[in-house]
Write a protein that binds this ligand. Sequence first.
Ligand SMILES: [Zn+2]
Length: 587
Amino acid sequence: MASGLLGTITQAPCPRAMTALAAAAVAVAIDLIFRFRDYRKLLNSFSAAAIMRSLSTLTLVFLQVVALFYLITLLPLSLRVVVLLISAFVVIVQLSYWRTLSQFMTATDLFLAVTVSGDHRVEAILSFFKPLVLLYSLPYVLILSGLALAPPVSAFWMALPLSLLPVLYLLGSNYILFLHVPERSFHLNPLTSFLRSILHCKFESLRSYHGPRDDLPPFNASQRPLDSVIYVIDESVRGSNLSLNGYPRSTTPFLQSLETRGLLKNLGICVAAGSFSHISNAYLITGHNEFPDDTFQTDRNPTIFDYAKKMGYETIYIDVNNVYLSSLMKAAGDSPVRSLDRWMNEDSFEYLHIDLDVTKDPGVARVLSGLLNERSGRFIIVNKKGLHFHYSNNYPDDMASTLWEPVLKASESLDSSPAGRERLVNTYDNGIRFQVDEFFRVFVSETTNQNYAVLYTSDHGQTLAEHGQVYTHMKPDMEIVDVPDFIVSGERYGQKRLMDGIAPGIRVSHLNNFATLLDLMGVPASLRVRPYDKSIFSLTAEDNRERYYMSGSLHGSGDFTVEKIPTPPEPGWGVSRPVGNNTEVKL
Ligand SMILES: [Zn+2]
C-alpha cells in the first residue's frame, strides 16, 4: 500500500519532496507502532508544558526525517542504492540497541564504537544482536526502498543547490538539539537519531580541551626508589563474585591464602567511577573527582605517570585491553606519551612470543614478574583483558578450568531466564578463578624481587542478568559499579607499615585510588596539584557516606547520569549469589 501511495506521489509536482514527506510520515507511523509503549510513557511522564516542548522537538525531528529522505532522493540511482543499504544496516544496529537497552545509540555509544578495539566491538555486537531485529527492520527497509522510486535529478550538478537547504537544516537543527535537548529524551527515527549522534560527537569534539596537560611543580627525586608500585586495572570483574568478598563459591582461593598470610589487604566492595571502561579509566588515571567532567579535567590533570616519573620511578604501561593507552597515544601525536618510558600492547606480547589468546591474563602476570625481577623502582599500570562477554573466551576450554557447569558457550547469546543465568554465572565464575586468582598465583609465585605493592581494582562490574538485564554493563545499574579493591604486597615490601594504618570499616570508591597510589609512591603534599579524594590510608569510617558514580557522556554533554551508593547501601548491593545450589568445586 505504501509503495502504491509513493507511486502516485512520483507523478505529483515536486515528486522528490513529496516522496520524502510521505516516506517520513510512514516511517514515523511505523516507529509509533513498534515503540508504542515508549510513546505512551512520554505522554504520561510530562506536564503540559513539557509535552508542548517535546512536541516541538518531535516536529523538528520529523522535518529532519523529511530532509534526510529528500537528500537521498537527490542522489543518482546507483549511489542511492548504496546509501539505502548502509541505512538498512544502521536501522538494524539501532533497533538492536533499542531492543537491548530501550534506547537508540547515544553519541557516547558511537564514540566508544569507533574508539574501542575490534574485539570489544565484536563482543558488543554478539551480546546485543537478536535475529528478531531483522523482522523489525523490514518495514523500515521497505520505506527506504520506496525512496529509490523517486525520479532522479536530470543532472547531478543540479542536485547541489537543492541539497543546500536540507543540509543546513540538518546541521542547524542538530546543533539546537545538542545545546538544548538531552540525548536521552525521545527520538522519532533510528536514522536521524544516528545522524544526531554523529553530529553530537563532532560538536562535542569542537568544544573539548585539546591542549597539553598541566605540569607538576619542579621536584628532584634524590634516587631511584627501591620498591615497585603496580596498578592493575582489570576488566569487567564484579567484586561480589570473589570469594575474598564472601562469595559462596571458591573463586579466589589463592587471594584468600594471601590474606591469611598478611600479604593482602582487602578493601571490600569498591564503587567504580563509571559503568564502562572509558569513564573509569579517565578518572582512575587522572584522579579527577567530580561528576560529570564538564571542565575537561580528565584531559587537563597530570596523569599518575607524571607523578611516578617525578618520584624517580621508571614508568611502564601494559595495555592489552586497548582502553585508555590509545587515547593517551592519540593525544601525544607523533611524540612520546608524556612521562611514559615504555608501553606495551598486544603487539609487544607477540614480539615476546607470548600468545595471549592461549595464556590469557596469567601470560601478562608472567611478563609483569619478569619486569620486577629485572629491576626495582618501576611504576607499572596494567589494563588487563579480564572478563568481557563472552566469558568462556577468557579461560581455557579444558576440564581443569571448567569448575562450574553447565556453561554458556561462545555461540550462545545472553539469556536472563533462570537456566540461562545459571550458565551465565557458572561461566563468569570459571573466568574469575582463571583471570583473577590464577593471574595473582602466577604473579606472586614467579616474582623473586619481593619489594612491591600492587593496587588492584576493576574498571566496572557486570549485571550477570541479575534483574533480567540482557546487557552486561554500560547502563547506570548499581550492580555494575560493584568492583573489587585490594592491595597485595610482596614479602619484602618496604612500606608495610602503611597497610597497618588502614582504618577499619572504611568504604572505598575508585576516587580513593589516585591518592592511594600517591601515598604508596611517597609523593609530598607540595607536589599534589589537585584536591584529590582521600587515600585509603587517610580514610576513616566517617568518610564516604555516599559514593558517587556516573554513566553516559563523560563530559556531561548529551546523555549522562550521576548516581550514588548510599550508606548503608540498598539491600542486596555488593552481594552476588550463584544460581542454584551449585557452590562446590566439581571433583
Ligand atoms: Zn570495561
